[in-house]
Design a protein around this ligand. Structure first.
Ligand code: 3HC
Length: 293
């Protein structure tokens, strides 16, 4: 019988994690939302409140439904609170050591039938799976940013993922109103494998002063009908995340399209991580804001 997933955990409440919490809670699922410390927890809660507050202001969510949504989320810094969860989705920073360590620990906390999913964008799901006592129950569940808006989820199946596990996660993604596709464990899966060469190329055009940031973005937005230009999208994704994804893809495939443009690392080192830090290719009204100043 398919798992119902009425109680799930999300570990890591950054840009993606907080969005994933919202997706679950909006769909009536109880969520245990975990961060490493109180400061990170407060930031994650802030992202959720900002997003649902915006939906209320736009008349897309009633205040009553907003309160119900928030009441479904239990914020904690204690991994042990994940014990009753039937699914745990990990959305911590894109570092293999971090993810492996976390999976090893969560594996000890949850029940034997629970599913463990990573939202990794490019790291090997198989490597993460083998850090647990039961790699059969590990999948990738890759959401897109902003998670509450984008309707696509990649379900990554490793060579050892049990059939019922990825089928149940696929069913869950459908329940969340997303279109799931099942893909193999290859860096970038489908979307990022196609997207990041293009984003990197746009950064390189900017870096070599081939064109201004506004003109590069206008070309793709107004000329090609994309919802946003590549540099604005880099700011949305986060330059630190984008760097990690490019670096992993480059190391795996050695395609020079993915060799990270040097300026990305320089901007990350200088704290210019995009919207989340208030400045990236553009400057924003405040950290987390989408308003360019
Ligand atoms: N959280 C929740 N909802 C959000 C949101 C957020 N961060 N940002 C926008 N929204 C909602 C708005 O509330 C609005 O909802 P409504 O239509 O119900 O009122 C809707 O999205 C449209 O928002 P806006 O009118 O403010 O702005 P736009 O129409 O310009 O849309 C956008 C903003 C959805 C970000 C759109 O520009 C877009 O789709 N851009 C491309 C994003 C993209 O390519 N994402 C994938 C990145 S790659 C990735 O995530 C993979 C990872 O591994 C890196």
């Amino acid at each position: 019988m398919a798992r119902e997933f009425t109680n799930v955990g999300v570990v890591g409440l950054g840009t993606m994690g907080a969005g994933i919490v919202e997706v679950f809670a909006r769909n009536g699922i109880d969520v245990t939302a975990v961060e490493v410390d109180d400061a990170a927890l407060t930031r994650g809660r802030g992202v959720l409140e900002h997003s649902t507050g915006r939906a209320v202001a736009r008349g897309k969510l009633s205040e009553q439904d907003q309160a119900a949504l928030h009441s479904r989320v239990h914020f904690t810094t204690d991994l042990q609170d994940l014990a009753p969860c039937q699914l745990v989705v990990e959305a911590v920073p894109e570092r293999l050591d971090l993810k492996k360590d976390l999976f090893g620990r969560v594996d000890q906390v949850v029940g034997a039938d629970a599913v463990l999913a990573t939202n990794t964008s490019s790291l090997p799901v198989t490597e993460i799976a083998v850090a647990t006592s039961d790699p059969k129950r590990v999948v990738g569940m890759h959401f897109f940013n902003p998670a509450p808006v984008q309707q696509f989820v990649e379900v990554i199946r490793t060579v050892v993922t049990a059939d019922d596990v990825f089928e149940d996660v696929k069913g869950l993604a459908e329940r969340l109103g997303k279109k799931p596709v099942v893909v193999g464990d290859k860096a970038g899966f489908i979307a990022n494998a196609l997207l990041f060469g293009y984003l990197n190329h746009a950064v390189s055009m900017y870096e070599t002063r081939y064109a201004t940031r506004e003109d590069i973005d206008a070309a793709m937005k107004l000329g090609c009908g994309l919802p946003m230009g590549p540099l604005a999208l880099m700011d949305l994704i986060g330059l630190d995340t984008a760097y990690e994804i490019l670096d992993t893809m480059y190391k795996q495939g050695r395609d020079r399209l993915h060799a990270p443009s040097p300026i990305i690392k320089q901007m990350v080192s200088a704290g210019l991580k995009g919207r989340k830090s208030g400045r990236g290719f553009y400057t924003y009204a405040e950290p987390g804001s989408s308003q360019v100043v």
